[in-house]
Design a protein. Structure first.
Length: 621
């Protein structure tokens, strides 16, 4: 029993040790007071609680860290899997109160676990073979929505029983970024490998897929190279919107005809490639489908047109076992389809490669010939039937091959047209022809006009007009002394392309533009009226047949009279006999050209012919 003049104390405080460190102590005791109320003595105990105090402070710090952690932290009963503790982050993210959470099990929260599988999944922790289990899963909030987390689960033994400690991290932002990155990659791949116009994979997509397909043991049975016939005519006559519509519709049709047999790709421009889906797909069935469907009419803005396609087929393994070889061979077969009339399919054969190899070698030799100046010109005069004057001289190119001698134009000109050599050869011809004309002009010889043949490929090169101007300036030759001969097919195929514009530029500059081989195509004089031309040349086939075929004679006569009424000059070529000449002389005032007048002559011979023979032409006839 305490005296009324005694008081108790119980406190904790820090003291400074002799070594300068702090110690935490617990003191407890009594203080006795004297008569005057002042403390006179005391009794008590002192305990060093530094270690306990440090432990408690550390525990409070850890508890604060756990509670304020940005990760979700849970403690669960290892037997019932119910939540015993959840920190503030877990409560906030899930939307439950702690009391509500304590009525939930692990599988109520984390979709990775279920009542039937949880014990099995936690066996490694219970047996101590694994320190923790990690993974990613969906967690379900109180409102039923899910969000992604990565989680880590450990087993902790405390006070004689096991507890499950789980930590989860909301990875919604990371998953969103990954999804956006994945979407961006897919969009980039779509742009890189997909053609939006035709809704087909593009060339890069084809090459990517082919790389995978041909790396397998089972390779595609075939490769088909498809080219739209006369697409440029659609594009030029109806406009680019019509061309785009035609391409898009072709893509749709190719998807339809390829279904179950192959995969179509847009290779570029109006070209497509189809790869077989398997090693036993039937190319004949696919091509027949394509021919039937592609022939169906298309309509754009009230205009109907009938498209067709040409196809070349290479079989695997007969014609190659890799994509590159099959593509080259299918392209050779496509070329044969194009030059056999279009609207058909052709299988590759070894003779196509032989022809291609010969053309490749010839093209190489042509370039060497240009470097070695092996090309030369021969000249054939054109004479007016009434005045007997020379009105023109046609320049014709020849090739003096170092081994084969003079090579026929029919052997090398087709290759010139198919390659990029047309502009090179055309420039050589212009330079040599204008140099000859300048020489005759300076010698006082009246040659009329120097006539040069303009090939379709040269016209398409975009360099023709500038090459004309450069050669004219170099040789100081006036445009009225020049005739440019063009085939009527140039206008028929592309009458709204750059061909017409280029020829119009020549025409307006003063160059005499002449329609060559008239009558062999489908042009009419009505059509000719709208073209920038000054004259036409009646093809030699009419001249050679007119004596045996009255209809040819009537046609020539009508052409001459109609051309004269339109103020268009006429040259009738292929005159080889006096009978032909006599018959033509009765038809009017125009020019003739042929062996009867003179064979094609080299420059020196042509010069001598004009100097010595031209004045006596009347007697030649």
């Amino acid at each position: 029993m305490l005296s009324h003049n005694a008081s108790l104390y119980d406190l904790e405080h820090s003291i400074l040790r002799a070594d300068g460190s702090l110690a935490r102590i617990h003191t407890k005791g009594r203080v006795f007071k004297g008569e005057n109320g002042r403390s006179v003595r005391g009794i008590g105990t002192v305990h060093d609680i530094t270690e306990r105090s440090n432990t408690e402070r550390q525990n409070r710090l850890m508890a604060k860290i756990l509670e304020t952690s940005l990760n979700e932290i849970y403690v669960l009963n290892a037997d019932t899997y119910k939540v015993e503790y959840a920190n503030a982050c877990a409560i906030t993210n899930l939307g439950y109160t702690l009391t509500e959470l304590q009525n939930l099990t692990l599988w109520d929260i984390n979709q990775e676990f279920s009542r039937s599988t949880i014990a099995e999944k936690l066996v490694p922790l219970a047996e101590g073979t694994e320190a923790n289990i990690t993974g990613e899963a969906q967690q379900r909030r109180k409102d039923g929505t899910d969000y992604p987390v990565d989680f880590q689960i450990q087993m902790v033994r405390d006070q004689g029983r096991n507890r499950i400690v789980a930590m989860a991290n909301d990875i919604s932002d990371r998953v969103q970024r990954e999804s956006e990155t994945r979407d961006a990659k897919e969009r980039a791949e779509r742009l890189a490998y997909f053609d939006p116009l035709t809704k087909l994979s593009n060339r890069a997509g084809c090459q990517r897929d082919a790389g995978k397909r041909f790396a397998k043991t089972e390779k595609p049975a075939f490769l088909i190279h498809v080219d739209m016939d006369n697409f440029k005519r659609v594009n030029d006559t109806l406009g680019h919107l019509a061309g785009d519509y035609c391409l898009a519709e072709t893509g749709r049709r190719l998807r339809e005809v390829s279904r179950g047999l192959g995969t179509p790709y847009r290779w570029g421009g109006d070209e497509f490639v189809i790869l077989a889906n398997s090693s036993d797909s039937d190319p004949n069935e696919l091509c027949e489908r394509a021919r039937r469907l592609m022939r169906a009419p298309m309509e754009f803005n009230g205009t109907t047109f009938w498209p067709t396609v040409s196809m070349g087929i290479a079989l695997c393994p007969d014609h190659g076992t890799n994509f590159e070889t099959l593509l080259v061979n299918a392209d050779l077969a496509l070329y044969r389809s194009k030059h056999s009339g279009k609207d058909r399919f052709t299988f590759y054969s070894s003779d196509l490669q032989s022809v291609s190899d010969k053309e490749t070698e010839l093209e190489r030799e042509l370039h060497m010939a240009a470097q070695r100046d092996e090309f030369f010109l021969v000249f054939q005069p054109q004479v007016n039937m009434r005045t007997h004057k020379v009105v023109g001289v046609e320049a014709l190119v020849r090739w003096q091959h170092p081994e084969r001698g003079v090579v026929s134009p029919g052997e090398f000109l087709p290759v010139v047209e198919k390659t990029g050599f047309a502009a090179v050869l055309g420039e050589i011809v212009l330079d040599k022809a204008f140099a000859a004309a300048k020489s005759w002009q300076d010698a006082g010889l009246d040659f009329g006009r120097i006539s040069v043949n303009v090939s379709p490929a040269h016209l398409s090169s975009g360099m023709l007009f500038e090459q004309f101007k450069t050669a004219m300036e170099r040789h100081d030759l006036a445009p009225e002394r020049i005739t440019a001969e063009v085939l009527e097919s140039v206008f028929l195929d592309d009458h709204k392309s750059g061909h017409l514009s280029t020829l119009k530029d020549l025409y307006e500059m003063g160059v005499h533009v002449e329609l060559d081989d008239f009558g062999t195509g489908y042009a009419s004089l009505t059509h000719v009226v709208d073209l920038p031309i000054n004259g036409l040349k009646i093809d030699r086939s009419f001249t050679q047949q007119m004596l045996e075929d009255d209809r040819k004679e009537i046609l020539i006569n009508q052409l001459i009279h109609l051309a004269r009424s339109l103020n268009i000059s006429v040259v009738c070529e292929g005159v080889e006999t006096e009978e032909q000449y006599d018959r033509l002389r009765m038809m009017g005032d125009f020019a003739v050209q042929g062996f009867l007048i003179a064979r094609p002559l080299r420059f020196e011979d042509a010069t001598n012919w004009m100097s010595e023979t031209a004045e006596d032409l009347y007697f030649v006839f």
